[in-house]
Design a protein around this ligand. Structure first.
Ligand code: SRM
Ligand code: SF4
Length: 569
């Protein structure tokens, strides 16, 4: 069999001297706002992407100007827990170095956009000063580890959170490059051998994503991740975790060899084994993942090509023991529970709806200011959710009235008094910062939902939760292929429309319309809403109804995602 050529990124990693490349030199070069192509790839491992403002592209081209380059930084928040001081620091960075907004991501992290090259190092220093980091927020390594953020389930949640943070620590790259480049850390003497014990010199073939879930909530969307741990709880204690592997969303339009895939549940491990299991799953993927084709290099393809039985056998070899049989559990949904909750210890928690995860001030809705004022007096913490929302968590009874007054003053109190569809919506960043977007998402979905709300209202469905997600391209950053209604950008104003995803994120959807104009979506969906309202079975979810009523065929696994697609525009 002829050896396939390694992808270009493998060479970049190998030559990079553990992710240093020439980033430091590039930052010092003031003749351009950008970095070299290779350094742009390496920069991702440090948590940053070079971007340009796509709204300004045409104009700058007309005036023969360099693109309006700037950088996005992703700040890791393992398990989504941030202190009020960290919230304030992020808010401050957003104002001082970025575009005045904070983006809460679909992986419980903070993102800042619009940082110019000369401010990049200052921003990383400010992140570090707030006891956070951005290393491994992006790149071919394990990313921000997610965890169910519901603090009212405190003892169980605390165990799950600790696991997510332990895994995050264990899988953080060991390279000193991050400290050297950004924090003026001491340079390693050339005689000193630097080692990257888990990743080696070429790191992983591709990004790697881990979650810890606490049933019945699947808010971290375990089926869309490379590896997940599902807490099995008995008598209020986590007795162990089911292990799920091989999920992922990204695909490419027109390339049927790429597809979203649901993770398979392969067994059960004890809490003591979980970090080891995480490491060994990573090692199997490090050693067997495809390093020749980056569109085929995620764990989902390793498993799809070689089979789940092969994967389990190989994992056993790395572990030196077998996983126990998976235990039973039930997921009810993958959304957030909004509003106030009081836990057994008398602490209060408030989940706010943050549309598109964008914390920004507008004249009519000073959300960022309001949250900043709350952070100044909050004595608990903030929990970022995988649905781009935030929980103001662990509020002491004495502080609740103060926080309520601030919520009232800044108009945030009723953030969650919206249609159930809006509360179950997700949109990726897309334009103007994302270099890969083909259509709008975050800036458009709120309007589209507004139009759909009229149809929902007419059918009496305003309070019926239906999951709806939009992305500007098929990479799937808002996990659209497991929503009951999904929109995936094809070109400006046009989307592929998917139906039939599972309400708990447990089933992939199926293509219903291709290249469909956004403005025609309400007319497309209104009759389906009407039939759903009239004909649904007791407790039947919209995605299930779409399949039972024949709008789309059922997709069982990624391998049949592209099969039986019936309708085109
Ligand atoms: Fe993503 C690339 C934004 C979650 C799959 N994602 C990107 C980039 C960095 C574009 C790029 O490569 O140039 C986007 C930056 C946009 C911007 O301007 O900020 C981007 N992804 C996001 C975020 C911010 C979306 C959001 O609105 O919240 C999420 C950040 C998560 C985080 O904090 O780490 C985000 N991305 C996801 C998810 C969801 C998840 O992880 O649960 C997925 C699908 C799950 C998966 O990985 O399979 C996802 N992003 C991708 C892919 C496709 C990967 C693939 O296997 O094909 C890309 C493109 C790539 O890697 O080549 C991508
Ligand atoms: Fe960008 Fe596509 Fe991800 Fe949206 S789904 S943020 S358009 S890469």
């Amino acid at each position: 069999m002829s050896e396939k050529k390694l992808s270009a990124n493998e060479g970049i990693k190998t030559r990079s001297n553990y992710l240093r490349g020439t980033i430091a030199e590039g930052l010092a070069d003031l003749s351009t706002g950008s970095l070299s192509e290779d350094d742009q790839q390496l920069l991702k491992f440090h948590g940053s992407y070079q971007q340009d403002d796509r709204d300004l592209r045409a104009n700058r081209r007309k005036h023969r100007l360099e693109k309006a380059f700037s950088f996005m930084i992703r700040i890791r928040v393992p398990g989504g827990v941030a202190t009020p001081a960290q919230w304030l620091a992020t808010d401050d960075m957003a104002e001082t170095y970025a575009n005045g907004t904070i983006k809460l991501t679909t992986r419980q992290a903070f993102q800042l956009h619009g940082i110019i090259k000369t401010n990049l190092k200052r921003t990383v220093k400010a992140i570090n000063a707030a006891a956070m980091d951005s290393i491994a927020a992006c790149g071919d390594v394990n990313r921000n580890v997610m965890c169910n953020p519901n603090p009212h389930l405190s003892s169980v949640h605390a165990e799950a959170l600790k696991l997510s943070q332990d895994i995050s620590d264990h899988l953080t790259p060991a390279t000193r490059a991050y400290h050297e480049i950004w924090l003026d850390g001491e340079k390693i003497e050339s005689s000193e051998e630097e080692v990257e014990p888990i990743y080696g010199t070429t790191y992983l073939p591709r990004k790697f994503k881990i979650t810890v879930a606490v049933p019945p909530s699947n808010d971290v969307d375990i089926y869309a991740n490379d590896l997940s741990f599902i807490a099995i709880v008995e008598q209020g204690k986590v007795v162990g975790y089911n292990v799920a592997v091989g999920g992922g969303m990204g695909m490419t339009h027109g390339n049927e060899a790429t597809f979203p895939r649901l993770a398979d549940i392969i067994g059960f491990c004890t809490p003591e084994q979980a970090v080891d299991v995480a490491e060994k799953v990573v090692l199997v993927q490090r050693d067997y993942g495809d390093r020749t084709d980056r569109k085929h290099s995620r764990l989902k393809y390793t498993i799809e090509d070689r089979g789940i039985a092969w994967f389990k056998t190989e994992l056993d070899k790395y572990l030196g023991y077998h996983l126990a049989p998976a235990r039973s559990f039930v997921f009810e949904d993958n959304g957030d529970r909004y509003g106030w909750v009081e836990d057994a210890n008398g602490n209060h928690h408030l989940t706010l709806f943050i549309e598109g995860g964008r914390v920004v001030d507008t004249p009519s809705y000073p959300l960022r200011t309001g949250l900043r004022e709350i952070a100044k007096i909050h004595d608990g913490d903030f929990r970022l959710t995988a649905n781009q929302n935030v929980i103001i968590a662990n509020i002491s009874p004495k502080n609740r009235p103060v926080i309520e007054a601030l919520l009232e003053r800044y108009g945030i109190k009723d953030s969650h008094l919206k249609s159930a569809m809006r509360l179950n919506s997700l949109a990726c960043v897309a334009l103007p910062t994302c270099g890969l977007s083909l259509a709008e998402a975050e800036r458009y979905l709120p309007t589209l939902i507004g139009d759909l709300e009229n149809a929902l209202e007419e059918s009496g469905l305003r309070h019926d939760a239906i999951t709806i997600r939009m992305t500007g391209c098929p990479n799937g950053c808002a996990r659209p292929y497991i929503a009951e209604i999904g929109f995936v950008g094809r070109s400006p104003g046009k989307y592929n429309v998917y139906l039939g995803g599972g309400f708990a994120g447990q089933r992939l959807s199926k293509l219903y319309r291709t290249d469909f104009p956004g403005e025609e979506v309400p007319a497309l969906l209104a009759p389906i809403f009407k039939r759903y309202a009239a004909e649904r079975l007791e407790g039947e979810r919209f995605g299930d109804f779409a399949i039972r009523s024949g709008y789309v065929a059922e997709t069982k696994q990624g391998s049949d995602f592209h099969a039986n697609v019936a309708v085109t525009a």
